[in-house]
Design a protein around this ligand. Structure first.
Ligand SMILES: O=C(O)c1ccccc1NCC(=O)[C@H](O)[C@H](O)COP(=O)(O)O
Length: 237
């Protein structure tokens, strides 16, 4: 039974544990062709980065255009880094994301005031969250999140292409209340299978590892990544 699921959900989801399917989020989408490829290869969620310092930044208007390429049952994730309420409201109005993702230093109260389900990203392995105990202690304040996204700690907040020591997640599953785990940070087609085997996450999240250049996804890499995730799931059955 996946230990990264909330205890209330575990009995309901244990029935699919045997046919586990690791969800896939591909972040930093900026082009129509990349969206088409990700949807075709079975991505479950696509992320738009509304952080102007990112090389994958898209404006709310551009994201609204791109969103029309995304069919039902593929979630749109709007990613923010310490954004003001006006930007978040504009994105909600123009893009209508299914999920918000907070990747900065936002407080639980700040994340909950937008009336939507949200992903809390934790940047771990750096001075702020250096060890497994610190990670677990921090997570305890975030039961309101729909999932916990664990990423490497980077000066640019995210999308670094760098990984982190997955042992740092070991204490999370021992918490009295957990949330589904999304594993991010430096994942690629040639390392995602091992990462899934080690951490058994609810989902994996990737940006750099499927790119030919920042913001420009590689169709071949997206296909290889999704196939590697499926192969990892079949090995776990
Ligand atoms: O993708 C970015 O450019 C980015 C910039 C600032 C904050 C977060 C950002 N991305 C968030 C994501 O969810 C990425 O997919 C995650 O950090 C993993 O990125 P990568 O290591 O490149 O796969």
């Amino acid at each position: 039974m996946p230990s990264s699921l909330p205890s209330a959900a575990q009995p309901a989801l244990s029935a699919i544990a045997a046919g586990r399917r690791t969800r896939i989020k591909i972040c930093g989408m900026t082009r129509e062709a990349d969206i088409d490829t990700a949807v075709q290869e079975g991505a479950d969620a696509l992320g738009f980065v509304f952080f102007e310092a990112s090389r994958r930044y898209v404006s709310p208007d551009r994201a609204a255009q791109l969103r029309h390429r995304i069919p039902a049952f593929v979630d749109v994730v709007a990613l923010f880094v310490n954004a003001d309420t006006a930007l978040i409201r504009e994105v909600q109005d123009k893009v209508a994301p299914e999920l918000l993702q907070f990747h900065g230093d936002e407080t639980p109260e700040a994340c909950q005031r937008h009336g939507q389900r949200f992903l809390r990203a934790f940047r771990i392995g750096g001075p702020a969250l250096p060890d497994a105990a610190a990670v677990a202690a921090t997570c305890q304040h975030w039961e309101a999140a729909s999932a916990w996204l664990f990423d490497s700690d980077s000066t640019g907040y995210g999308g670094s292409g760098h990984g982190f020591d997955h042992d740092l997640l070991d204490a999370v599953s021992t918490l009295p209340t957990t949330r589904p785990i999304i594993l991010a940070g430096g994942l690629k087609p040639d390392n995602v299978s091992q990462a899934i085997a080690r951490t058994r996450p609810w989902a994996v999240d990737v940006s750099s590892g499927v790119e030919s250049a920042p913001g420009e996804k590689s169709a071949a890499s997206i296909q290889a990544f999704c196939q590697a995730v499926r192969a990892a799931d079949s090995l776990a059955d």
